[in-house]
Write a protein that binds this ligand. Structure first.
Ligand code: PLP
Length: 433
């Protein structure tokens, strides 16, 4: 594209295209991406003097293997030659069957049944629907509220929004519209921290007191992502499992961001060896290639639903089980599991720890934390998003800071040299922002 074409396209973009959390007509200038390969995005016009930027974001936790990967490209092409999509009502196909069976195999043992939808938010909708419908089906219809901890993020459709952090979020727009859920404080910070007895007692009291109206507890295990990039001890997952069992409350883990190795375990639940009743997956499920999510549940939950007066799960999106997405998900999972992914994630963890170490104690920096292939610098002030983004781009890195956070979750295929540049980009963004 020529400069003139680029400017025309961007003018149309601003006039017509909504971007995430964007105003309209848009006052935000997006970067026009021409192509992406390996860990690099190629822009139509330079940003910070660079047209090629290393993607420090994995396109929001998704592109584990980078872009334009020959194995993933081949999986999509092969499937495209057979069929790109067929309805899932009354029809089924090999890619979806294989994907569901594989997900059951690699997730914690009691998860047996898989609902394949098209986005993370819908996976969470389906998870909540499963829980509410279960209690209705087994004769406990009063159990219809969700409990969650603060600081969470579960998506932007209505039920997921109702369990997102209510502070500083957009809940004030939806007073009286969102289902009224129960919130407890988020767990004390720190992956390696001991479980805090006072916090545990508070959690126990909330669950016990509200057990008769609680359908389920929903949390992001170990890593709270878009709600604040916080890490907490797997011990809180063990505690939640015990409390939910004790009081007859279901447990949902939203692993849409953490799934497929990001936190250092294949699923964050594995850090604690804890099994939820329902698990949500998305983002990296397809290696970031196509939009697909999965909601897994136990046999007991599915059996309960089948005993109800409406004995079916009342959900069925048009693009459910999409064959192209399922085929690339199968290829992405095999690509991940066929390699020593733990070593790769550890290498990234080590690279980020080393590369970000100097920022701890720097002016304006409140905290530096790394867990798995996630690096976070928390500032003591709101970040200047445009200045921080440009400063990272000057180092040849694409980042998307928000609130008081400059953070990265690189593709696992990022080599050590590019990883060092990402760390430099985070540092530059933290200083400039
Ligand atoms: N749950 C978690 C933990 C997420 O991080 C996200 C997306 O950021 C979602 C749910 C929503 O997924 P989607 O944006 O695909 O609807």
């Amino acid at each position: 594209t020529t400069t003139q074409q680029t400017q025309q396209l961007l003018a149309l973009d601003r006039a017509h295209v909504w971007h995430p959390y964007g105003p309209m007509p848009s006052t935000i200038s997006s970067q026009l991406v021409e192509s992406a390969a390996g860990v690099r995005l190629r822009l139509a016009e330079p940003l910070g003097g660079n047209r090629e930027l290393i993607d420090g974001m994995s396109s929001w936790w998704a592109a584990l293997h980078g872009y334009n990967h020959p194995v993933l490209n081949a999986a999509v092409r092969e499937q495209l030659d057979r069929m790109s999509h067929v309805m899932f009502g009354g029809l089924t196909h090999e890619p979806a069957i294989r994907l569901a069976a594989r997900l059951v195999e690699i997730t914690p043992e009691p998860l047996q049944h898989v609902f394949l939808a098209d986005s993370g938010s819908v996976a969470v909708e389906v998870a909540i629907k499963m829980c509410l419908q279960y209690w209705q089906s087994v004769g406990r219809p009063a159990k219809r509220r969700m409990l969650t901890w603060r600081g969470g993020y579960h998506g932007d459709t209505f039920h997921p929004m109702s369990v997102c952090d209510p502070v500083g979020g957009m809940h004030q727009l939806w007073t009286g519209v969102l289902p009224d859920q129960l919130f407890v404080p988020e767990p004390p910070a720190g992956f390696d921290a001991e479980v805090d007895p006072a916090y545990a007692a508070e959690l126990a009291t909330a669950i016990e007191r509200h057990a008769d109206e609680l359908a389920a507890v929903i949390v992001e295990p170990v890593v709270q992502g878009a709600g604040g990039m916080r890490f907490h001890s797997p011990g809180y997952l063990t505690l939640l499992r015990e409390l939910c069992d004790q009081h007859g409350v279901l447990l949902v883990f939203d692993e849409i961001a953490t799934g497929f190795g990001r936190s250092g375990a294949l699923f964050a639940a594995d850090h604690a060896g804890v099994s939820p009743d329902v698990m949500c997956l998305g983002k990296a499920l397809t290696g970031g290639y196509l939009t697909m999510s999965a909601t897994l549940c136990t046999g007991e939950l599915a059996h309960g639903i089948s005993r109800g007066t409406v004995p079916v799960l009342a959900h069925g999106p048009t693009f459910m089980g999409n064959p192209l997405a399922a085929a690339v998900a199968n290829a992405s999972i095999e690509l991940l599991l066929d390699q020593d992914w733990q070593t790769e994630v550890k290498r990234i963890e080590h690279g980020l720890r080393t590369g970000l170490a100097d920022l701890a104690g720097a002016p304006g920096v409140r905290d530096v934390r790394v867990q798995g292939a996630i690096g976070v610098v928390q500032l003591d002030h709101p970040v200047d998003m445009a200045a921080a983004t440009e400063a990272a781009a000057r180092e040849g890195v694409w980042l998307r800071p928000f609130r008081d956070l400059v953070y990265t979750m690189p593709p696992y295929v990022t080599d050590d040299e590019d990883l060092a540049r990402i760390a430099a980009g985070v540092g530059a963004a933290a200083v400039a922002g």
